[in-house]
Design a protein around this ligand. Sequence first.
Ligand code: UD2
Length: 302
Amino acid sequence: MGIEKKNKNLGLHSLPGISYKQPNVLAGRTDVVYVTPWLAPIIWEGTFDPTLIDFIYKQQNITIATTVFALGKYTRFLKDFLESAEQYYFVGFRVHYYLFTDQPEAVPDVKLSNEHQLMVRKVPSMDRWQDISMGRMKILEKLTKSELDNDIDYIFCLDVDTKFYGRWGAETLGRLIGVIHPWFYDYPRDQFTYERRPESQAFIPVEEGDYYYTAAAFGGTVQEVYKLTKTCREQQSIDAAKSIEAIWQEESHVNKYFLYNKPSKLLSPEYLWRDINARTEHVKMIRFSHVAKNNAEVRPNL
Ligand code: UD2
């Protein structure tokens, strides 16, 4: 039997080089919403065809920058982060990891695939975990500004105390990408832990808000991530001058930014789970997850 006939029998269509299932107009997942009210897709397992998506993006010869910070005792998370990324993260695509650390000598020797490369950049140590976490915005602003005219197409900024357990691929690419936080995805907006003090630049009133986004993963084009990080850094500086620190540091500012600059694509909590969370029926696949950690032991301050 020829490949065309075989594909027809299986309900598959052909593009040169690949086969994929016919898209269905009337049926799909009914247990989750996979589009926002501003018509941005929300990516859940079962809503995309990985083969087709990879095929489309492969032709664009793209480079994806990926930033991760590991200061102080957080270097211990690097091995699992990098090894699991090599197994699941943009496999077969060009990835440039930018690793910011105060101890380049503590970076583990992890074998990377041919398409992936690691750049280690030294940054000063800091005494407060809050300053490390928020300080990422300034460094990311500088990085994205310097890369604006270079060859990087997309960038993701990820927490390091994490591990990949499943595919994170080209389905996540887009202009501006927000990730729905695994704690609050089914909460009413007045219970989100947005910053509620009007004196802070991150303030969001109780009657506003779409989703609660995590700062542990966000991304988009280099231009868009430059705008996001620059804005958050500026807002954090205004707060600091008034001796205010937003309740969830840069995460509060990211939430404010996404409220007024809507992401063009959202990733479901499959793309940021927490190892300690119980499974739910909606999350059919955990792709990326926070590992359990003892904050008092790993952080430089309480
Ligand atoms: C939440 C956010 C995190 C950030 C933080 C700010 C989630 C799931 N995570 O995580 O993104 O917004 O709150 O309050 O929403 N780091 C170091 N060394 C340190 C401390 C931090 O390298 O000593 C880096 C590291 O890359 C880490 C990141 O900063 O992944 C965020 O710090 P965290 O993971 O301790 O923050 P956490 O768990 O409260």
